[in-house]
Write a protein that binds this ligand. Structure first.
Ligand code: UDX
Length: 443
């Protein structure tokens, strides 16, 4: 099949590359000339495990191309994917100007039936707005389809190649058949392609992400309660997650959810509920809990140091919003750094992939280390903010001898509590602190 992908951000690149991998002929379009040139030379502008291999293979085999020429890209394409940004506007609702702008440009160029697929996360009713743009600017028949992505950064290639499900929103029979044929190779293990109307498909994406965010905020609150009642959230998590109806995944408490999707999507769904005069109470609480949770480590630090963090130095391990990515969008680490600097503390950071993105953003406001142990030099305590594998089994002797004091605040619960007691560390994690016995017995 001949395919055009408009927008070569994270979603567009993964989509284009993975679609070419099953033999489709894919042309990706971007307005950024420099970026297109880079990709034409085989340079991948993002870090995503496993993507580069597929990207290079398909470029070499001439199934994956990059251009700035929209007309050329869509000329023979049967399906056109829109993978454009939908940044939150000031009121939290998604800004559709890129999507609608591209639809207008395409409408002026089409000469034969096309299926136009919105891959970006867009509010309910966007497919209708895109359709209206086509109706206004062309007489050619165009089917507008909603096909939300459920890719997780870090495992996006696997998620695309073997999705749990593919959701397709369309009432156009021809488009339905084309989308079915396109995705069939990806669901051979028996996972479903679920067809529905456009609005249900658009809402599915928001509902899925908001539900997952709710799971996280719920567990963060359980963790906070664990600390007060002397329970261990690791145990509670296992006990709760073993019920199939709940499931083991996405129950890890931490320092709040971040990234390019959850914060934006939860906010956008709440806004859309508000616009429809519906008070979505749970979502508002999910967001409030997350805001508080992002500050929880700083609150713990203030308690430990008697309220004063001035002139203390903290080593931060992990900056990315989660491991296996260099993405720092809405990363809890950025909020924590901000709070620490405001409290007069000094900060030295290390992250295996995201450090340059933070350097670009914060410049000399903080110090940057070349490796995780160097970050500990002159530091009063270590804070763990992202659960990179390389932090999971560190050299504790080296940590103990480099830090000024043996103090670790772990926002990701990486280490075993008994081990940390044996090693003689003060170790404060999330939802696992034992309260003093006297408080416990009064409960
Ligand atoms: C998410 C969705 O999983 C994906 O389906 C959607 O398409 C895009 O948004 P992503 O943002 O890449 O993917 O990351 P994900 O792995 O879902 O983690 C999101 C955030 O939740 C991270 O900050 C992570 O640290 C946090 N999280 C996740 C927890 O705090 N606890 C958990 O148990 C799981």
């Amino acid at each position: 099949m001949k395919i055009a992908v408009i927008g070569t951000g994270y979603v567009g690149l993964v989509t284009g590359t993975c679609l070419s991998e099953t033999g489709n002929d894919v042309t990706c379009v971007d307005i950024n000339k420099q970026k297109v040139q880079m990709m034409q030379q085989g340079q991948l502008p993002i870090y995503e495990p496993g993507l580069e291999l597929l990207f290079l293979r398909n470029i070499i085999q001439d199934r994956l191309r990059f251009t700035t020429d929209l007309a050329d890209a869509i000329k023979d394409a049967e399906i056109i994917f829109l993978a454009l940004p939908t940044p939150p506007g000031e009121d939290g609702s998604a800004d559709l100007s890129y999507v609608l702008g591209a639809a207008k440009d395409i409408a002026k160029l089409v000469t034969s039936y096309k299926v136009v697929v919105t891959k970006s996360t867009v509010p309910v009713g966007t497919a209708d707005k895109v359709k209206a743009v086509f109706n206004e600017h062309t007489d050619v028949e165009v089917a507008v389809v909603s096909n939300p992505e459920f890719l997780r950064e870090g495992v996006a290639v696997e998620d695309f190649m073997k999705p749990d499900r593919v959701v397709v929103g369309t009432t156009d029979e021809r488009a339905r058949k084309l989308m079915h044929d396109l995705y069939s190779p990806y669901v051979r293990q028996g996972n479903p392609i679920i067809f529905m109307d456009e609005r249900s498909s658009e809402l599915t994406k928001y509902a899925a992400n908001s539900f997952l965010a709710t799971k996280i905020s719920f567990m963060n609150e359980i963790a906070n309660l664990c600390e007060l009642v002397g329970a261990n959230v690791d145990m509670v998590r296992l006990g709760v997650g073993s019920d199939d109806r709940i499931g083991k995944r996405f129950l890890f408490p931490g320092i709040g959810y971040g990234g390019s999707c959850f914060p934006k999507d939860v906010q956008a769904l709440a806004k859309s509920a508000e616009d429809n005069k519906y008070d979505f109470k749970i979502l508002n609480s999910v967001m409030e809990v997350n805001t508080i949770q992002k500050k929880i480590l700083v609150e713990k630090l203030k308690k430990y140091y008697g309220g004063d963090l001035k002139d203390k130095t903290f080593a931060l391990w992990g900056l990315a919003f989660k491991p296996e990515t260099d993405d720092i969008r809405e990363a809890p680490a950025l909020y924590i750094i901000d709070e620490l600097l405001q409290a007069g503390a000094k900060v030295t950071v290390f992250d295996p992939e995201a450090i340059n993105n933070v350097k670009y953003l914060l410049e000399d406001k903080i110090a940057y280390a070349d490796d995780q142990y160097e970050a500990l030099e002159e530091a009063d305590a270590l804070l763990i903010l992202t659960e990179w594998s390389v932090f999971r089994n560190p050299d504790f002797n080296r940590i103990a001898s480099t830090l000024k004091e043996k103090v670790i605040f772990d926002g990701r619960n990486l280490f075993d509590l008994d081990k940390m007691i044996d090693l003689g560390f003060y170790y404060n994690s999330i939802g696992r602190d034992l309260v003093p016995q006297d408080t416990f017995t009064t409960l």
